[in-house]
Design a protein around this ligand. Sequence first.
Ligand SMILES: NC(=O)c1ccc[n+]([C@@H]2O[C@H](COP(=O)([O-])OP(=O)(O)OC[C@H]3O[C@@H](n4cnc5c(N)ncnc54)[C@H](OP(=O)(O)O)[C@@H]3O)[C@@H](O)[C@H]2O)c1
Length: 338
Amino acid sequence: VKAVVLRAFGSPDNFVDAELPLPPLRHGDVRIRVEAVSFNPVDGQIRKRGLDSRPGQSMILGRDLSGTVDAVHDSVTDLRVGDDVFSYVCTLASSGTYAEFVSVPAVLVSRKPRSLTHAQAAAVPVAGITASMALKRAGVGGATSLFVAGGAGGVGSFALMLARQLGVRGLVTTAGSARSRDHLTRHCGLRDDQIVDYSESDFVAQALRRNGGEFDVALDLVGGRMLSACCDLLAVDGILASCTEGAGPADVETLFRKNALFHAVGAHAYSLSNDRTMWRRYRDMLDGFATLYDKGDTAPPAVRHLGPLCSDVVKHAHALLESGAVQGKLVAGSGAEH
Ligand SMILES: NC(=O)c1ccc[n+]([C@@H]2O[C@H](COP(=O)([O-])OP(=O)(O)OC[C@H]3O[C@@H](n4cnc5c(N)ncnc54)[C@H](OP(=O)(O)O)[C@@H]3O)[C@@H](O)[C@H]2O)c1
């Protein structure tokens, strides 16, 4: 089995190509031939310092996959060899997804949307699930207004898509480059006047003007001064969902003044339970995305396909993510055409 293995925590240069034995099929598992993976900032955080020291953490990174079921444990009754599937494997699979084959608890595995290629489907799990968890907890719906800091990236693109599906009343996001602005208008369906340029000193005032006042919900996907901006933009009784970090003392003071709720979004939270019914929530969310795409309710996710899954491509993906200027999702693998 071909895999991209991290020899030591640190530089992207530590990724090497390796040949490894086929992963074992554990009770409750299906083994998946990986057709495509996508890349997430957490991959880079783990690469740098081994973020997650839970037992079973592998030096094969990657949490998203789309692929084909290659083997099924006797205990699994709802998936078959040959099924096209996609999954957020968390740290519960036999390894991360930068590999030709991975064994994954079947309860995490959802049928791939027929309307998406493997490369498009691989883009959905981490970013889509994170966006979905953030918006759901905040009760985002037709009557709410939403500010998204960092909307052009992976999570942001899904959050904006879901918000548009929900018919959110006021929707404003940020772009720091012409490419991000172009991505937001062409792929995320935003109007130009729903985008503010955070390099302009008055971008918070601009966002307020565009919305006609403060926002019911703010979603932070950047941290630092963007988290502070989210606090400033919130209405009284508002909800701040942060995917990045906690609020510092000044920001907490702002939140107190607004009686605001702070949601520390932890997409991996359900995977930390020993209760497999919690894990099942990920599959349920992916089933929801599959329905959305297959009904034609929304356009496929925007992906940039970097090439086959090998160490050079993984190094490139990590460098791009660290440049902080990714639009949509970066993917790799052989699954670009089907
Ligand atoms: N807590 C969780 O469970 C969870 C789950 C998934 C992701 N995350 C975190 O959420 C964050 C976003 O993830 P992602 O996958 O969407 O990342 P991403 O695809 O790399 O997107 C990040 C976006 O942020 C924008 N950005 C970068 N630097 C900025 C700055 N200084 N000011 C304003 N915007 C800036 C970029 O757009 P521009 O071109 O407009 O600058 C980029 O599109 C990451 O920190 C990730 O680790 C957390």
